[in-house]
Design a protein around this ligand. Structure first.
Ligand SMILES: O=P(O)(O)OC[C@H]1O[C@H](O)[C@H](O)[C@@H](O)[C@@H]1O
Length: 535
């Protein structure tokens, strides 16, 4: 359960990447009233809230002057002293970001000792349909709840980052066509306000933008498999789309922290997306006009961002999978833009990925590239990506997921791959037996990260095989799979030769895929002849 806690006895209910059902909000409110909390804020759209919003509402100040410190915790113990002391550590969540491991471990330990909890059962249910403040008398004294319009806070923040005037010119131009698919997640509530009301897009540009607690029966994952309607509209589906596809398309996940960017009949990989945003940020996005403090990506994300960082002489960080690792860098003023292959892209405006921000960033790049061209032939998403490849080279990239694999078998496969790493000559011999056209492995390890800010070390963050020509094979066990184990295999190849850029990635990567599957004995260990999902 995620909550945002305020300094002093005040508490904000907001998103942390989870949905709050109406029932959960009532329970949280009643528990707060019984535990010395003075105010609960409920973002009206926060019923289905985005993490971005939890980053924004921490700016709110309570009647007693206390401010949000961001983040999560259901304080399941009677602790009038304030939840910040509960765990014997000062957890510094002012940044509104995800909790670091040290804290989640402490919380877990703590939950194993809980014997009872307090709840103000007599408190009437809060009306979460109308904005405004309601005063109550709780068991701990006066207690109030403010329901507010979280979309307004969010729009205000976005206006301080992007040039809405130039975005409006682009989106209201008849030349530019647009489609946004919220997959019935919370993004819909924000999309209407921003893209239609503020920026002049046609209402018909929005699909699946009514938030539904069951996501309309679909799976709100912004990728080529699940965002079917958008994919078909953008001319990327198997069957021919009806009419000319829009110039730009985007989808969000359920809580709108992740995003997928598409051009007309064109898919932008998340790894390319963050690299292209970083390469264009200073010119196209006012928030970055003074320059980028640095950029970062998660380890399995392709090295497209590395090439941009090197060329623009930017500080660069490679962190383990998980957004929390970016937060420390941002708090220390070391990172402005970051992204993950898993469709998360963001900046230091908050401490989570932000799917709507990513769309506005892409629209800003399009607006910038087309600023004198809205009457002529548009510079398209595909043009921007191809131009990027011709400047920086192209990273062919694919991910194979083996879901619900027997956990023991997955562990054995990983252990086998680690053992293999002790002899690179053996590895290279095995590779040559499979393909002679694949270059040599020059380094192999298990990724370990030392946080340059707090010195903490995170080990066993994925098995890496790094090749002489810049290719990489990475094997990781997912931290989010729900049944058995999910093995993720990430395959990447760097290509600078213009005559070899622009191929289908599955074709370009076929030799490396073959090597990866044989080297890892994937079928032998898992019994699977093919992955569950390919992205
Ligand atoms: O461990 P995995 O299943 O690959 O999931 C990895 C993803 O998990 C969550 O969604 C985190 O918020 C992301 O930052 C991370 O990329």
């Amino acid at each position: 359960m995620g909550l945002s806690v305020l300094v002093g006895a005040t508490l904000v209910v907001s998103g942390d990447g989870r949905y709050y059902s109406k029932e959960a909000i009532q329970i949280i409110t009643k528990m707060s009233a019984a535990n010395g909390v003075r105010r609960v804020w409920i973002g009206q759209n926060g019923l289905l809230s985005t993490p971005a919003v939890s980053g924004v509402i921490r700016e709110r100040v309570g009647p007693d002057g206390s401010k949000a410190t961001g983040a999560f915790i259901l304080t399941a113990s009677h602790n009038p002293g304030g939840p910040n002391e509960d765990f014997g550590i000062k957890y510094n969540m002012e940044n509104g970001g995800p909790a670091p491991e040290g804290i989640t471990n402490k919380i877990y330990e703590y939950t194993t000792t809980i014997k009872e909890y307090f709840i103000a059962e007599d408190l009437p249910d809060v009306d979460i349909t109308t904005t405004g403040v309601t005063n109550f008398t709780g068991p701990e004294g006066p207690f109030d709840v403010e329901v507010f319009d979280s979309a307004s806070d969010y729009v205000k923040l976005m206006k301080s980052i992007f040039d809405f005037e130039s975005l409006r010119k682009l989106l209201s131009s008849p030349k530019f066509t647009f489609c946004y698919d919220a997959l019935h997640g919370v993004g819909g509530a924000y999309a209407k306000r921003i893209f239609v009301d503020e920026l002049g897009a046609q209402e018909s540009s929005l699909i699946n933008c009514i938030p539904k607690e069951d996501f309309g029966g679909g799976h709100p994952d912004p990728n080529l498999t699940y965002a079917k309607e958008l994919v078909a509209r953008m001319g990327l589906g198997k069957s021919e789309s009806q009419g000319e596809p829009p110039e730009f398309g985007a989808a969000a996940d359920g809580d709108a922290d992740r995003n997928m960017i598409l051009g007309k009949r064109f898919f932008v990989t998340p790894s390319d997306s963050v690299a292209i945003i970083a390469a264009n940020a200073v010119e196209a996005i006012p928030y970055f006009s003074a320059g980028l403090k640095g950029v970062a990506r998660s380890m399995p994300t392709s090295a497209a961002l590395d090439v941009v960082a090197k060329s623009l002489n930017l500080k660069f960080f490679e962190v383990p999978t998980g957004w929390k690792f970016f937060g420390n860098l941002m708090d220390a003023g070391l990172c402005s833009v970051c992204g993950e292959e898993s469709f998360g892209t963001g900046s230091d405006h908050i401490r989570e990925k932000d799917g709507i921000w990513a769309v506005l960033a892409w629209l800003s790049i399009l607006a910038y590239k087309n600023k004198d061209k809205l009457e002529d032939k548009l510079v398209t998403v595909e043009d921007i990506v191809r131009q990027h490849w011709s400047t920086y080279g192209c990273h062919y990239y694919t991910r194979y997921d083996y879901e619900n694999v027997d956990a023991g078998a997955a562990k054995e496969l990983m252990a086998y791959l680690v053992k293999l790493q002790s002899s690179l000559s053996e590895v290279n011999q095995l590779i040559k037996e499979v393909r002679t056209d694949v270059s040599n492995v020059v380094h192999a390890d298990e990724f370990e990260y030392k946080d340059s800010v707090d010195g903490s070390i995170s080990s066993h963050q994925g098995i890496r095989y790094l090749f002489e020509d810049g290719s990489r094979l990475i094997f990781r066990l997912s931290g989010t799979g729900s049944e058995g184990a999910t093995i993720r295999l990430y395959i990447e190849q760097y290509e600078k030769d213009p005559s070899k850029i622009g191929r289908l990635s599955q074709d370009a990567l076929a030799p490396l895929v073959e090597v990866a599957l044989k080297l890892s004995k994937m079928q032998e260990f898992t019994g699977r002849s093919s992955p569950t999902v390919i992205t």
